[in-house]
Design a protein around this ligand. Sequence first.
Ligand SMILES: C[S@@+](CC[C@H](N)C(=O)[O-])C[C@H]1O[C@@H](n2cnc3c(N)ncnc32)[C@H](O)[C@@H]1O
Length: 325
Amino acid sequence: MDLGIQWLEGVQGLAKRNSCVITGHYGPESAVTLFQGDRLQLLEQIPDAAASLVVTSPPYNIGKKYEKRLSFGEYLRLQRDTLRESARILSPKGSLCWQVGNHIGKDGEVFPLDIFVYRICKRLGLKLRNRIIWSFDHGLHCRKRLSGRYETILWFTKSDEYVFNLDAIRVPQKYPGKKYFKGAKAGQYSCNPLGKNPGDIWTIPNVKHNHVEKTIHPCQFPIELVERLVLALTNPGDLVVDPYMGVGSAACAAVLHGRRAAGADTVAEYLQIARERVKRAFQGDLRTRPLGRPIYQPSAGDRIAQRPDQLSSISQAQPRLFATA
Ligand SMILES: C[S@@+](CC[C@H](N)C(=O)[O-])C[C@H]1O[C@@H](n2cnc3c(N)ncnc32)[C@H](O)[C@@H]1O
């Protein structure tokens, strides 16, 4: 670990002098690799067991502008290839985090991608540690099913001995003043002074238009989501890899916490933005939504949170549903 820190300080010193140490191809000395091309071409440059964390959000095969819609079987075959190579580069104590939502079939049928990813990962010998629910308030409003307001992160490890820095991601308790009321510890505070385990339901705003991290990318990670995984599942100097890195949010989270990073994307425009963001992360002037900031709640007095008079003649179904006798 000390060696990792020394290495990192060296790289960061170099980064300050040369603006950054970003390479286009992976090398053991690169602080950050931003590879333009297919994810397998990047993964094959990385030696076995070199990465401590592979974290990504792959395309969902729903026809976004950066993907070609494939048959579901073909899509899963490509995912299997990526997962197999990702497992190969994972260190024995390493983790793989696959963040996915739903694939929607042509007739509107919903296919939760984590069900399929789980099966592939099990066959690769990986072990599931948590199925994290990432919940958020904003998104498309559906007409023929309930609007989707969560996605999942499947966290797998390669073995039973894995890095898990719980103290690095603890959150404040609801009742920090609570005490044991009986037994040998009666009168002592019952909570951990470092905070509590954040649990497996993470409510973190998704990156929509008014988010401070918003770029041109249609579905980027909020950096705080990846920061939590980086802090918990890696140590300083470790390598974090994102095979479908978009505008480099995972690489930024890695750099912000003194880890190395490597990622691939096929779209040159995203790579250019990733490069700018990573440079800023190195220089300390990347604007992010800070990890742990409470979610904004409008106050009752906010005009935007009040029902306008013009709508008062339109009856709402919901208040009737909740009306008491
Ligand atoms: C869901 S987005 C990931 C966004 C990313 N998490 C971020 O924060 O910006 C999926 C990305 O995969 C990229 N992609 C699609 N096919 C790819 C491939 N074969 N190899 C590498 N990247 C690919 C797309 O261009 C897109 O940016």
